[in-house]
Design a protein around this ligand. Structure first.
Ligand code: G1P
Length: 287
């Protein structure tokens, strides 16, 4: 079903909150457990049945392309050394998906990055998956959005409850609940002060849009922080067409903050093959 849906992964931001860690490497390449953040995102798209993936990069993001590409020298060195397990691991990454890249020339904000995908996406519905955000759940967040899109035939994006004191970190929605965990959205405000927030439902970084999003995005001028915001295009779109928000029941980590990065490591290690040893070590440490 999802074969016509393409994925757009914006990964062009500077990662200023992580400096100096992100001085020489993209924040999307920061590792969580055993793989870079952006690989978690690509794997979520693949799990949702999406095979056409476009990553929006920028200057200083070459490591992302190298990560998903083959590394012939390394492969032949591993082969010569008889390191077959390691060889299989790196080959697996380069065979994960056929990934396309477009560079955003100036960092003008998320909306501008998404607009770079217009020609590649064409007339298909598409998902936008923030390259610094890991979501975990069943169904996975992107699959859940596809299911809702197929049922309601309208654009839909994922939200989560955010603390009232933290509304100024998110796009916040206003709307009416129409089904369990589903809202018909009337408007969105990007990063409102707590007093101005219409709810505590924050946009978490997974979206599914019909292609008319691009028309609205082209009308948007710079907004909050002087950047071209995706939320502003979504708000224009919600005035004209039905737009839904889905409260994602799983976990979400924003690898744009150190605190969430640490939490993602701890949480996802506990779910991994290293979980039981790590948990024993953590318990001992408490004593
Ligand atoms: C972006 C979006 C915002 C959303 C957030 C989720 O903001 O503009 O609406 O809530 O991602 O992480 P950013 O975190 O890039 O400032």
């Amino acid at each position: 079903m999802s074969k016509n849906i393409k994925a757009v992964i914006p990964a062009a931001g500077f990662g200023t909150r992580f400096l100096p860690l992100t001085k020489a490497q993209p924040k999307e390449m920061l590792s969580v457990v055993d793989r870079p953040t952006i690989q978690w995102v690509v794997e979520e798209a693949l799990d949702a049945g999406i095979t056409d993936i476009l990553i929006i990069t920028g200057r200083g993001k070459r490591a992302i392309e190298n990560h998903f590409d083959r590394s012939i020298e390394l492969e032949s060195a591993l082969e010569k050394a008889g390191k077959h397990d390691e060889l299989a691991k790196i080959r697996k990454v380069s065979e994960l998906a056929n990934i396309h890249y477009i560079r955003q020339k100036t960092q003008n904000g998320l909306g501008d990055a998404v607009l770079c995908a217009k020609q590649h996406v064409g007339d298909s519905p598409f998902v936008v998956m923030l390259g610094d955000t890991i979501c975990q759940g069943t169904p996975n967040c992107t699959s859940g959005l596809i299911e809702i899109y197929e049922e309601y035939n309208s654009s839909v994006f994922a939200v989560m409850d955010v603390l009232s004191s933290e509304t100024d970190r998110y796009g916040i929605i206003d709307g009416k609940i129409i089904d369990e965990n589903i809202w018909h959205v009337s408007q969105m405000i990007e990063k409102p002060e707590p007093k101005a927030a219409p709810s505590n439902l924050g946009i978490l970084g997974r979206y599914l849009f019909t292609p008319d999003l691009f028309e609205y995005q082209s009308q948007v001028v710079s907004g909050v922080k002087g950047e071209i915001q995706l939320t502003d295009a979504m708000s224009l779109m919600a005035e004209k067409t039905k737009m839904l928000a889905w409260r994602f029941p799983g976990k979400r980590f924003d690898i744009g903050t150190l605190e969430d990065w640490f939490k993602a490591h701890t949480d996802l290690v506990l779910d991994s093959q290293w979980g039981s040893d790590f948990s024993k070590w953590l318990n001992k440490r408490k004593i």
